[in-house]
Design a protein around this ligand. Structure first.
Ligand SMILES: [Zn+2]
Length: 254
């Protein structure tokens, strides 16, 4: 990473940490981060959003996915990876450790496959990658914002090679059924219940619409999209301190 990018990334992390900080809830502990090794993990406040690796900035979601990656994907240096974001600790780790890393962001105003500011644009419902391009696909907190998730899962299955694995996180209530919050009808968003938005660092403003709250039936959705095996993996106790470990969804193409 060029020095200026590194310093602006550090500054961005420091700003976001300052915004989250509640001084009376601040705590820290020595841990091994799956991306950067022995580190201090900070709790900036008492919720999942307040967890950060001091060295690489990994969140509770990233730490959970990183541990699952280390467990299920040996020999990363022999694998071609696809990650649906172009920034953050997971993207940096894949760029440094995998044989190749195709990183992208979704931009509604750009055609899939086009590039702006060195970042490739991809729509997970219409990927421009060739069939069987990758051994590993990862994404975090994306699929709940995708209107047609079955189409997206089918696309992600298409770009995986036989034997490839997909690891991802979504907000997940394992014991419940998926709750559809919104859908697209003739190209227009129709909300089925009160709309919910998540903030998005790329877009800022009012946030990005949540199309559904996933439940344990996400496994059945993945099998319906063509995956041969899918399961929900809980990271080991201690992988993420203070009990903020996040379930990671895993799916394999045979
Ligand atoms: Zn780290």
């Amino acid at each position: 990473m060029p020095a200026r990018d590194a310093s602006s990334s550090w500054l961005r992390r420091a700003r976001s940490a300052a915004a989250l900080l509640r001084v009376r809830e601040l705590a820290f502990t020595l841990r091994r981060c799956p991306f950067c090794g022995i580190t201090i993990v900070l709790r900036l406040r008492r919720d999942e959003l307040g967890i950060r690796c001091l060295r690489c900035g990994a969140s509770a979601v990233h730490l959970s996915l990183g541990w699952t990656l280390r467990r299920h994907v040996p020999r990363l240096h022999d694998r071609d990876a696809c990650e649906l974001s172009a920034r953050g600790p997971l993207s940096r780790y894949l760029r440094a450790q995998a044989r190749s890393a195709a990183l992208s962001e979704y931009r509604a105003d750009l055609a899939p496959g086009s590039v702006r500011d060195d970042v490739r644009c991809e729509d997970v419902q219409h990927l421009t990658y060739a069939d069987a391009s990758f051994d590993l696909v990862t994404h975090t907190e994306v699929m709940e914002h995708v209107p047609d998730d079955l189409r997206a899962f089918t696309e992600l299955h298409r770009v995986l090679r036989p034997g490839g694995i997909m690891l991802f996180t979504v907000p997940l209530r394992v014991t419940e059924k998926t709750l559809e919050r919104a859908m697209l009808r003739n190209g227009a968003v129709v909300t089925l219940i009160a709309p919910m938005y998540h903030t998005d660092p790329l877009r800022g403003g009012s946030g990005i619409l949540v199309f559904r709250d996933y439940g344990g039936d996400i496994v059945a959705r993945l099998l319906a999209a063509g995956f041969d095996r899918a399961w929900i993996q809980t990271p080991p106790a201690g992988a993420v301190p203070w009990g903020y470990g996040r379930a990671v969804v895993c799916a394999v193409r045979a």
